[in-house]
Ligand binder design. Structure first.
Ligand SMILES: *[C@@H]1O[C@H](CO)[C@@H](O)[C@H](O)[C@H]1NC(C)=O
Ligand SMILES: *[C@@H]1O[C@H](CO)[C@@H](O)[C@H](O)[C@H]1NC(C)=O
Ligand SMILES: *[C@@H]1O[C@H](CO)[C@@H](O)[C@H](O)[C@H]1NC(C)=O
Length: 978
């Protein structure tokens, strides 16, 4: 009862105070009788309402206490160039009224009460506690603390005491943790802004959000909650009839978005961008709508774009990029004549694009990556004459570029890449004097001279075009644009373009895949010394360096790729900031210089396929402590032991030391590499028993030890619990392993017991942080095999490839049944061992098996009929055993040739000419297998050869996934702007 009464009293007081205030504001209105006023005053005085009667002096002192509780840290970064420490001038005891807080910077008073506080961008620093004096200023209506640094503290729950608040802005102020539930007590809120509080992010509990929305349904107009972690949008928001702005980007929302919100009469801005798991659709629009901005980018919205979207005639921003919208773009979009920004990129729109000629105010248009029918660039684009950003990359364009496009003189960004455009770029290209970024690939002929006259051009990618460099050499520095990014990949260049001599602001330079011959000119090492981040000269015909033994002088360089040339000479040492260093596939000689160990930013070191000699320097241990993820020294002439350089800080995901002359044991410190996914030590002279302790590496997927001198029986010591849980590819072939097949492991390799149907390739990404965005560069793991002296190079490893190769050892005994539990296997090679007994009929369970090689063993008995179930089997080899009886018939077995069965005296039936049960049949063909066998290579068909056959001949089932691809490995980079 007491509780209820006090609430009543409280409301009464509020009511009375409210009335009083109105009376002051409007002297002659409601309270005309002086005695009534005085009665009310008496009432007021009879009550002990100390807080609300806060004297002016008290209010000032509270503010001053707040000032004292904060430190002012001007070294804290702020996003606002007008920031200054507003509270610095606050002073209680100043002369000429300085002690009056209503005159203080950022303070707003009405009737002697502090009702507004704007301390945004004031370099405030430090946490605010819940009993901070600030929360006694209960007349506050607006509180703006945006853009300060509250040191990742929580929003204080005292905020709930400011029940008069209408405007609360705590954006970009380094609050974190859970938003206190007291926020939902702010029943008068009109505008709430909590954007941009991360490190770590703010979290708003669903129930508090619901209460807030319910309590403010009459008043709430603006809700800015970007980057706040929120699970759902409460459905009750459809009752917030005053809502004009609803901004919830990057919130991690999921579930279904209630389309009712789109029908709110006053709604002008809806921004839901980047909520990947938020589902929804664009509803029909009938009747009036005030919507000006509809931003539903990078969510999980689907369906088609309804024709009635054309009723949203107030729209000036429509951003639906990165969703799964299907169907055609309705022609009614041309009604949206106020549009300035239209982004439909990365959807699945089909059919023909309607004319958008009427959208004459468009400045930004992106249609990138949709599935439109093949189309020619229509002339009407040339009428969008305010456009500054036009992205038509990957939209299935063909034919020539109409000259009208070059009327768009305001263009700053133009993307036409990823189409099938052809023809010649006309001289009217010179109209585009505002152009800063231009991407065009295909089969366009262009004289590079034209681009050198576009003075604002900074980023130019002309990959795969026919570029003539004829006149440009006469150019000097004054007349050239200052390029930052220049991509001339696959442009048929034969020489180093001379104009590069004068380029001093380049950040990215790609000249790969050309036919540039001869020596890298000396001046190359001097261009863009301060700025160059990435230089790729890979896949050219370069022979060496004009300046002997160059030391790169680019202070910002992070990525140097000189791979796939014919360079010779010693290894140039890049600057310490390098994050990726790839000089693979050159003719580089010399030893690994100690100074490479000083590249403390290195994430990738690829020196593969050179003639590097000496030993692996122990100082590489320094790099194992850094962020290095890839160490690739494959195919050199490195000698000595692998040093014990792997520390527990290691982030290495791929280590490839194969094809060297390394000897000794596998260093035990490798067990520190907890992130390791691929380890290739093949083709060395390593010895010792099977390194069972690698089984503890819970990420290891690929283990290659082939062609070494490992020996002994493979066993799991009793105390070992984790045994290669993710292993998918193991190749122990051509060592000296003996004893039984490792049947205990067959039970343990759990990854090989699940089928998966994906075609992701193993890769890692290297992050390059730049001022305005981060670039991710993918490095795809690769993996090599040598077959009869021919090196075959697989640069991609499908995540769905499952291989066991134990061939060329001295394994004996039976093939254990347990091997057939590895149901994902696609390639199984047990050839060239001393296995005996029968082929287990349960091998018919290998539903994904594409290649089975059991040749050159001592297997006996019949070939089990169950193997006919292997629908994907493309290669089968049981030659050189002691098998007997009829060869199974049907399905894949009708496709194998004699070679699969040679050297088994007692087999009969198709394809052998020996008929079953007919002793008069012609003799089986003479075994001719030995002839093409080299001494260091086992009998039987290596599974790599098998792959080539299989890739061309086999339809691969979805169940079993895809496997190796034989394209050349390459870098590709993906830029993501935020
Ligand atoms: C989306 O949902 C999936 C599955 O629940 C989750 O793994 C993923 O992290 C979510 N993505 C985002 C961006 O929240
Ligand atoms: C909205 O658009 C649809 C389809 O374009 C149209 O049929 C309908 O008449 C429009 N409604 C209003 C109220 O404008
Ligand atoms: C285009 O923008 C201008 C200037 O903002 C405005 O006056 C004009 O009405 C707009 N045109 C259309 C068709 O909305």
């Amino acid at each position: 009862m007491a509780m209820v009464r006090s609430i009543h009293v409280f409301f009464l007081i509020l009511l009375v105070l409210h009335a009083l205030e109105s009376a002051f504001a409007n002297k002659f209105s409601s309270f005309s009788h002086a005695d009534e006023s005085s009665l009310l005053f008496q009432f007021k005085q009879s009550m002990s309402i100390d807080k609300s009667a806060l004297s002016h002096a008290e209010a000032c002192s509270l503010l001053f206490q707040f000032k004292e509780s904060m430190s002012i840290n001007t070294s804290v970064s702020t996003y606002d160039s007008h920031a200054y420490p507003k509270v610095a001038s606050w002073n209680l005891n100043g002369s000429d009224g300085a002690g009056n807080c209503c005159l203080w910077d950022g303070v707003e008073c009405r009737f002697g009460h502090v009702i507004g506080l704007d301390l945004s961008s004031s370099f405030l620093s430090g946490p605010i506690s819940s009993n901070n004096s600030l929360f006694n200023l209960i007349h506050l209506r607006t509180l703006n603390l945006a853009n300060n640094d509250f040191r990742s503290s929580q929003i204080p729950s005292g905020i709930g005491r400011l029940s008069q608040l209408t405007n609360l802005n705590l954006s970009y102020s380094f609050f974190s943790g859970v938003v206190p539930k007291q926020i939902s007590q702010l029943r008068n809120l009109v505008s709430l802004d909590l954007r941009g509080n991360y490190w770590p992010r703010l979290k708003l509990q669903t129930s508090d959000f619901q209460n807030l929305v319910q309590n403010t349904s009459e008043t709430l107009r603006e809700l800015f909650l970007s980057e706040v972690n929120i699970d759902f949008v409460p459905d009750s928001l459809v009752n917030s009839s005053s809502l004009t702005s609803f901004v919830m980007s990057y919130c991690g929302l999921s579930g279904d978005f209630s389309t009712g919100i789109l029908y709110l009469q006053k709604l002008q801005v809806l921004d839901l961008q980047v909520n990947d798991n938020l589902t929804g659709y664009i509803p029909e629009f009938h009747g009036n709508s005030e919507l000006k901005q509809l931003i539903v980018a990078q969510t999980n919205f689907q369906g088609s774009i309804p024709a009635s979207i054309g009723n949203l005639t107030h729209l000036n921003v429509l951003d639906l990029r990165i969703n799964a919208f299907t169907g055609t773009l309705p022609a009614s979009v041309s009604n949206l004549i106020q549009l300035t920004h239209l982004d439909l990129s990365f959807n699945k729109l089909t059919g023909n694009l309607p004319s958008l000629q009427s959208l004459s105010n468009l400045t930004y248009l992106s249609l990138r990556e949709n599935n439109f029918d093949r189309w020619k660039l229509p002339d009407w684009f040339g009428k969008l004459n305010k456009i500054t950003y036009l992205n038509l990359a990957y939209v299935n364009l063909y034919g020539e570029i109409p000259s009208s496009l070059f009327n768009l003189t305001q263009l700053e960004y133009l993307f036409l890449n990823g189409n099938q455009l052809k023809g010649e770029l006309p001289i009217s290209l010179l109209n585009l004097q505002n152009l800063e970024t231009f991407h065009l690939d295909g089969n366009i002929t262009v004289d590079f001279y034209l681009f050198l006259s576009l003075k604002k051009l900074e980023n130019l990618y002309l990959n795969g075009n026919n570029i003539s460099l004829s006149v440009i050499d006469s150019h000097t520095n004054e007349t050239q644009p200052k390029f930052k990014e220049l991509g001339l990949t696959s442009c048929n260049l034969k020489v180093f373009p001379e104009f590069l001599r004068f380029q001093h602001q380049l950040e990215h330079l790609n000249l790969d895949n050309n036919n540039i011959e001869g020596l890298i000119p000396g001046w190359m090492w001097n261009i863009s010394k301060e700025t160059l981040i990435e230089l790729s000269l890979a896949h050219n015909l370069l022979m060496g360096f004009e300046q002997h033994s160059p030391v790169a002088s680019w202070v910002s360089l992070q990525n140097l790729d000189l791979s796939h040339n014919m360079l010779h000479g010693s290894i140039p040492v890049p600057p310490p900031s390098t994050i990726m260093y790839d000089v693979s596939n050159n003719n580089l000689t010399g030893e690994i210089s100690q100074s490479i160990c000083d590249l403390s930013s290195l994430q990738l070191l690829d020196l593969s396929f050179n003639n590097i000699t000496g030993s692996i320097p122990p100082c590489l241990e320094k790099l194992s402590n850094t962020s290095m993820t890839v160490l690739n020294l494959r195919s050199n002439t490195l000698q000595g032991k692998i040093p014990n350089i792997f520390t527990s800080e290691s982030k290495l995901e791929m280590i490839d030391l194969s094809e060297n002359k390394l000897e000794g044991h596998v260093p035990r410190s490798l067990e520190n590499c907890e992130s390791l996914r691929l380890l290739d030590l093949g083709y060395n002279f390593l010895e010792g028993t099977f390194p069972f302790w690698l089984g503890a590496l819970s990420e290891l997927q690929v283990l290659i030890l082939r062609f070494n001198k490992f020996h002994g029986v493979i066993r799991i010591p009793g105390n070992i619990k984790v045994n290669f849980p993710k292993l998918r590819i193991i190749d122990l072939s051509n060592n000296l392993f003996s004893g039984d097949l490792p049947h205990k492991y067959f039970q343990e390799w759990s990854a090989m017991k699940e089928t998966m149907a994906n075609t992701i390739y193993m890769q890692t990404s290297i992050e390059e942080h730049r001022e305005e965005y981060t670039t991710y560069i993918s490095y795809e793991f690769s993996f090599h095999m040598t077959t009869k002296g021919v090196k075959i190079y697989y640069e991609k490893i499908s995540e769905a490839l499952f291989v066991v190769d134990l061939s060329g050892n001295m394994f004996r005994g039976n093939i254990p049944e347990s091997i057939t539990t590895l149901t994902s296997l696609q390639l199984l090679n047990l050839s060239n061992n001393e296995l005996s007994g029968v082929i287990p009929p349960s091998m018919g369970n290998f539903i994904c098996l594409e290649s089975l090689d059991l040749s050159s063993n001592k297997l006996s008995g019949m070939i089990p009929q169950d193997l006919v179930q292997l629908n994907f089997l493309a290669v089968f080899n049981v030659s050189n055993n002691s098998l007997t009886g009829p060869i199974p018939h049907g399905k894949q077995f009708d496709t194998f040739s004699n070679n699969s069965y040679m050297g088994n005296q007692a087999l009969c039936g198709f394809p052998l000419s020996k008929k079953c049960g007919d002793s008069e049949a012609s003799k089986p063909p003479k075994v001719s297998f030995e002839e093409d066998t080299e001494s260091d290579f086992p009998n039987g068909i290596d599974w790599v050869v098998i792959l080539i056959g299989a890739v061309t001949g086999l339809v691969i089932g979805l169940v079993c996934g895809d496997y190796l691809s034989t394209k050349y490995y390459k870098w590709f980079s993906q830029r993501s702007r935020r």
